[in-house]
Ligand binder design. Structure first.
Ligand code: ADP
Ligand code: MG
Length: 444
């Protein structure tokens, strides 16, 4: 029987595997195992509660559907976390490797590929980084990662270092912010140890220079980076560079450096979209065993849009505020606690019905059709616009919006809002239309 269950679970996974990104599959479903089948309930072991939540939210319906087909009976799946400890999710990474002092480079344990949430905004950077980590010095050299503040450049750069060291402790991997490189150089000049310093840098198999926009206008530093770069590059050592802008846009950077920096793979990280922001928040609270209700997470994700560091610190602020004031962690508390961080522009309280009637008046679409299950393009989009407006202009939770619109659950609302956000981003006419709706509803 046991073997049988394993086989069916394997077959189920093989089917869903084809429907998912490889990364998604290997992260979430590969670590699962069939445990038993009682009545029509299939029990599946998962590493920890975080997995259980994630899988049930994203894949459960489909998994039940597939296994029902395979078993020929109506299967329900129950996920059993084998550990309460969410740390099992993060692989152990040595903090400091190699005993020789000159090789010591401190990598933060939490900056790994596993703890990096991949979304549309960063998948290119993630793919480039993992490729380099798999084959340092061989695929893309240099790897140049650029993007705005707090979007994960340092995280990815250190993840490359962590990964390489995990696989091969013989490599000398060195991470340094460009500013520290300069301070080391200045000290070396003063103590007549420049030659030793240069020699040290040229031993590294992987050199990660973080925030190289710092080189701007610093000629002596640029000179040194240029020679170090060439020495390492010519002996097929891997260089990883990060910056807040692409090479060409860094002001006062010598042309020869610009062209070297451009000669490998350049990847950018954009601000995360809503779905990725939610995933990052979930990742964070689950990892730290915190509990924050879904609608509060959504509220944060929706209002803090540009910077992942702020996204993370908003959780800490909210928890601190709630525990100091002994308040319940809900939307109201979140609004008060995070007010200084948020850009909330709710001008007056508006009801769902006001939005619904306003949109009906604008589009002349029949109310019954909007509340029906019809999937006609025009009706779906209008319904999604109502979701978007309700979320922006009312205090309704996702669930409440779903109920008001006769939808099955809040995930429909999340994907609806996402769709509208994408349209706003990519279609100027659509954006204008939404803006006129917003101002028609009294929102500036
Ligand atoms: P940058 O170097 O681009 O300014 P960091 O790498 O320091 O940004 O990231 C800021 C914070 O956000 C860090 O705590 C980092 O772990 C977190 N972070 C950034 N991107 C992600 C992501 N995709 N998934 C999870 N955490 C992330
Ligand atoms: Mg950084």
């Amino acid at each position: 029987m046991g073997k049988n269950i394993d086989k069916i679970w394997d077959d189920t996974l093989n089917i869903i595997k084809k429907e998912l990104k490889e990364y998604t599959f290997s992260t979430w479903l590969l670590p699962t195992k069939a445990s038993s089948l009682k009545e029509n309930i299939l029990y599946i072991d998962v590493p920890n509660p975080f997995f259980a939540d994630w899988i049930s939210e994203h894949f459960l319906d489909r998994l039940e559907e597939i296994s029902t087909d395979l078993f020929n009976i109506d299967i329900k799946i129950k996920l059993l976390p084998i550990s309460e400890n969410t740390d099992t999710f993060i692989k152990y990474i040595p903090e400091i490797v190699d005993s020789k002092p000159e090789n010591i480079s401190v990598f933060l344990q939490r900056y790994t590929f596993d703890s990096f949430v991949v979304g549309n905004s960063n998948q290119f950077a993630y793919a480039g980084s993992t490729a380099v980590a798999e084959n340092p010095g061989k695929t893309y050299n240099p790897l140049f990662i650029y993007g705005g503040v707090g979007l994960g450049k340092t995280h990815l750069a250190q993840a490359i270092g962590n990964y390489i060291l995990l696989k091969n402790t013989k490599y000398k991997v060195y991470y340094t912010p460009a500013e520290k490189f300069m301070n080391d150089l200045v000290t070396a000049f003063q103590t007549n140890t420049t030659i030793a310093l240069k020699k040290r840098y040229r031993q590294y198999h992987i050199l990660i220079l973080d925030d190289i926009q710092f080189l701007s206008g610093k000629e002596r530093l640029q000179e040194e980076v240029f020679h170090t770069f060439n020495a390492l590059y010519n002996s097929h050592r891997q260089l990883v560079l990060t910056s807040d802008k692409p090479p060409r846009e860094i002001r006062n950077l010598e042309e020869r450096l610009v062209s070297r920096f451009q000669s490998g793979l350049i990847v950018d990280i954009q601000p995360p979209d809503l779905v990725t922001r939610i995933a990052i928040l979930k990742n964070k609270i689950e990892k730290e065993n915190l509990f924050i209700p879904e609608d509060v997470l959504f509220f944060i994700a929706e209002n803090i849009t540009s910077n992942i560091r702020e996204l993370e610190s908003s959780i800490i602020k909210l928890l601190a505020f709630a525990s100091l004031t002994k308040a319940k962690i809900d939307l109201k508390t979140a609004e008060i606690a995070l007010k200084p961080l948020l850009n909330i522009k709710k001008v007056h309280i508006i009801s769902f019905d006001e939005i619904l009637n306003f949109v009906i008046n604008e589009t002349k679409i029949n109310k019954n059709l909007l509340l029906s299950q019809s999937r006609i393009e025009n009706i779906s989009i209008t319904r999604q616009i109502i979701m978007y407006l309700s979320r922006k202009l009312t205090n309704l939770s996702l669930k409440e919006i779903a109920i008001n619109l006769n939808r099955k659950d809040h995930t429909t609302v999340i994907s609806g809002i996402k769709k509208i956000e994408l349209l706003i981003m990519n279609d100027e006419d659509f954006k204008n239309k939404i803006n006129t709706y917003l101002s028609g509803l009294g929102y500036e």
